[in-house]
Ligand binder design. Structure first.
Ligand SMILES: [Zn+2]
Length: 444
């Protein structure tokens, strides 16, 4: 079995508060077979990785087609509604071919940013009239194919989306593309999907308490339970969702999900922004994960959630770029700490090592890849090397790089032992050109 050797100038190893120096990393058959710090001089057959090498980053929450909206929703001043109008206009134009091109370019941008696995919260299932394609999972297949071509892993979070409002209004217009009718039909469609390639897994999502009636949620939970698959759900992203849920069900969204059996260690609540104290306790007591998406939450004026309190209550924290206003997990990670600082007027809520865990091992676990996200023998061989000689990172301490680096500082990315990014460029795709062409095809 061929062995590849890397010598990382600095590498962040599991459970360490600081990076280690001169780390020899051996890879065979897509796994780490040796990890040894303090190796000097450089073994002659190894590839040097100058800078700071991190485990693969997990982007736990993505809607790939939202990438087409970046910088296009601020006309005038831009409101949530101008954003949503443009989002629906882009959704209306997509078909399996154009979605393959857009998602491939978006996932390649993620690869350039050091993301080795994406959780795609996918609800754009059907054709423009809301009818099933000849292959009812054609859009899912396009996303799985896109990830393969971009060189990253994917967990397809196939999303149940049934109603337009908490009180059960029918889907209309573009939203008809999202709906399967009921949760049983959703389960039947998803159950027939066999993703092509060992880079892909299928899991479940409940769009939100707005889009799935309470009595339909247990069928989605059962589907995930039977397969021991992750279950993701948008939770309390905006106060309006909480008000509508309280008015209709006389419960908070968290209470409703708890009553439906939807909380637990395989569940990730995305956003978890506007919570009551008892919501927070419920999420923590059930070890339900939370995924924060700070760059999207600030772009959409959603607010920000109680990250430290949730983690202290028992909820593992992961991160997502969600609407892709920005694709940069360093920015997402430090924003968790910086938002807490703004709110409390104090520093020091999360250590760099904790933020890195959110961006790596916790995110991978939330997406159903417990053997990824750490540089350790036996784990999947994902590596992300960050330059420490760029205009942003020159002179910083390696341990503080998460507060200084940008996605553009990623020089090398290895996914399951394969080099996907080298010298800061994608090995297979001209990513800016691919983005320009794919976005041009779906926006006016
Ligand atoms: Zn989302």
């Amino acid at each position: 079995m061929p062995v590849t050797r890397f010598l990382a100038e600095q590498a962040w190893l599991p459970a360490a508060a600081l990076p280690a120096a001169d780390v020899l990393i051996e890879v065979a058959d897509g796994r780490f077979t040796a990890v040894e710090p303090g190796v000097n001089p450089v073994p002659p057959d190894s590839t040097r990785l100058p800078g700071l090498t991190l485990p693969g980053l997990a982007n736990t929450h993505s809607h790939a087609f939202h990438r087409a909206l970046r910088g296009r929703t601020h006309r005038g001043r831009g409101t949530f509604w101008t954003w949503r109008d443009r989002m629906y206009a882009a959704a209306e134009r997509l078909d399996p071919d154009s979605y393959l091109a857009l998602a491939r370019a978006t996932y390649a941008e993620m690869a350039l940013a050091g993301i080795t696995c994406v959780g795609e919260f996918h609800y754009l299932h059907h054709d423009a009239d809301g009818r099933r394609y000849a292959d009812p999972n054609a859009m899912s297949a396009a996303l799985v194919d896109a990830a393969a071509q971009a060189g990253i892993r994917i967990t397809l979070l196939d999303t149940c989306y049934l109603t337009a409002s908490v009180d059960g209004a029918a889907l209309a217009g573009t939203q008809r593309r999202f709906g399967d009718g009921d949760a049983a039909a959703w389960a039947e469609r998803v159950g027939a999907f066999q993703p092509a390639g060992d880079h892909a897994r299928v899991a479940a999502a409940v769009h939100s308490v707005r889009a799935v009636p309470a009595e339909q949620i247990p069928a989605v939970v059962d589907w995930a339970d039977e397969r021991e698959a992750p279950l993701h759900v948008h939770l309390s992203e905006q106060r309006a969702e909480n008000r509508a849920c309280l008015a209709h069900y006389h419960r908070t969204p968290t209470e409703l999900l708890a009553d439906a059996g939807a909380l637990g260690p395989r569940t990730t609540a995305v956003h978890a922004t506007h919570l009551t104290d008892s919501d927070r306790t419920e999420l923590g007591d059930t070890e339900t994960g939370v995924c924060f998406c700070p760059t999207t939450e600030r772009d959409l004026a959603d607010g920000f959630g109680p990250a430290r309190a949730l983690v202290d209550a028992g909820s593992p924290l992961s991160l997502g770029s969600d609407s892709h206003a920005v694709i940069d997990l360093f920015e997402e990670a430090r924003a968790v700490e910086l938002d807490e600082r703004l709110h409390t007027e104090r520093r020091g809520h999360f250590s760099p090592a904790e933020l890195l865990r959110a961006a790596t091992v916790t995110g991978h676990a939330a997406l159903g890849w417990p053997d990824a996200g750490t540089i350790a023998v036996g784990q999947r061989a994902d590596l992300v090397t960050v330059r420490l000689d760029s205009v942003r990172t020159a002179g910083v301490e390696p341990a503080g790089a998460i507060f200084a680096a940008a996605a553009a500082d990623v020089s090398t990315v290895v996914v399951d032992g394969r080099v996907v990014v080298s010298g800061g460029g994608h090995v297979a795709l001209d990513v800016p050109s691919a983005l320009t062409a794919a976005i041009g095809a779906v926006v006016s």
